[in-house]
Write a protein that binds this ligand. Structure first.
Ligand code: HEM
Length: 321
């Protein structure tokens, strides 16, 4: 059995978790076909992801193409067995009927980012064609950057993201799980918005829901910011220290079909902070004091995935459960 001991002086390279914000992205969630042949194919493919990304990316060096690949909990067991990432589990649902963070099927996540959609499109095509019928795509979303970094609901999104070394510290696993140093966890949810109801609110009412001003993106002062604002409920602390996650949400939609959405994606070095945020949003802190953004937004998918380090992703090709 291969062991994955992180060398103190030479820690494994993470995948492109902390890569720069781009103007386009494709999110693909797929399920694994049953049987040993599909599993063999996916294992072999995991060694090719980086090379395919290099091949497509090299054609437009300024395009910032990157790909992050993650695996769901039961897929990890089927594909790679033990050791398994310490905190990997199935997506935990939060909230009750009518306001619920739902879990939906998903074994493999691809988060493809670039400054041009053609790069994302080409890489998605190459990665999926190499997987062939070993997988079935169950969700595919093409996201775009909306004006000055705004979310579909019109507010600037991503402002409070950690940056630089802080982003790495909040997202990349260190010594706490030595077989998986350099890895990360990623949680995704596809939200659909009722934009006509949202747009009926005054700008001031929307600002109280988000907790920031709409035009200038300034955080509301403590005396006016409600404790149920999105910004309050997603600000969490542990042992007196704020715990952040790294988000790269993307708007998506089809105006002709009346579809207006946000693809939420959050990275962290443990699922715990993201799940705490979900509980605060859907159940409320305290219970009942929930996120009013959810009166206008419905989560239609939900998945939790482990993102191996770039080194481990290549080595996984040689593993069998
Ligand atoms: C309906 C989908 C969502 C939309 C449209 C949305 C939009 C926003 C906006 C506009 C901001 C303020 C600017 C910023 O700091 O980024 C924000 C902040 C934030 N959101 Fe969301 N968000 C959504 C879902 C989520 C979810 C599901 C989570 C976590 C599970 C989350 C976590 C956060 C965090 C941690 C912040 C920063 C809070 C702070 O430090 O002030 N968001 N979001």
């Amino acid at each position: 059995m291969t062991t994955f001991t992180a060398m103190a002086n030479n820690p494994p390279d993470p995948q492109s978790v902390c890569s720069p914000i781009t103007s386009s992205a494709i999110f693909i969630v797929a399920t694994l076909a049953p049987g040993s042949d599909p599993a063999d194919k996916v294992r072999a493919w995991s060694a090719d992801v980086a090379a395919l990304t290099r091949s497509v990316g090299k054609r437009v060096p300024s395009g910032n193409l990157s790909c992050v690949c993650g695996f769901g909990s039961s897929a990890w067991d089927t594909l790679f067995g033990n050791p398994r990432p310490a905190s990997l589990h199935a997506f935990r649902e939060f909230g009750a009927q009518g306001r619920r963070a739902v879990a939906t099927p998903g074994d493999i996540l691809l988060h493809i980012r670039a400054d041009q959609m053609d790069l994302c499109f080409e890489l998605a095509t190459q990665l999926l064609s190499s997987l062939g019928d070993a997988i079935s795509v169950v969700d595919e979303v093409q996201g775009f950057r909306y004006f000055d970094m705004r979310s579909m609901v019109g507010f600037v999104d991503g402002t409070e993201n950690p940056a630089g070394r802080q982003a790495v510290n909040f997202t990349i696993i260190g010594d706490e799980d030595p077989s998986f140093t350099g890895g990360s966890y990623v949680l995704v949810q596809k939200y659909l918005h009722n934009m006509s109801a949202w747009n009926e609110l005054s700008v001031e009412a929307q600002e109280r829901i988000i907790g920031r001003t709409k035009l200038s993106d300034i955080e509301l002062g403590d005396s006016v910011k409600p404790s149920c604002s999105h910004s309050s409920l997603t600000t969490i602390t542990k042992d007196g220290q704020e715990v952040k996650i790294l988000r790269d949400n993307m708007p998506f939609g089809r105006p002709g079909a009346g579809e207006f959405g946000t693809y939420f994606i959050g990275y962290a070095r443990s699922p715990e902070p993201i799940e705490q945020m979900l509980e605060n949003m859907f159940v409320g802190r305290p219970p009942g004091n929930y996120d009013r953004l959810l009166d206008f937004s419905t989560a239609v998918t939900g998945g939790l995935f482990f993102v191996p380090s770039a080194d481990l992703l290549e080595e996984l090709a040689d593993r069998k459960p």
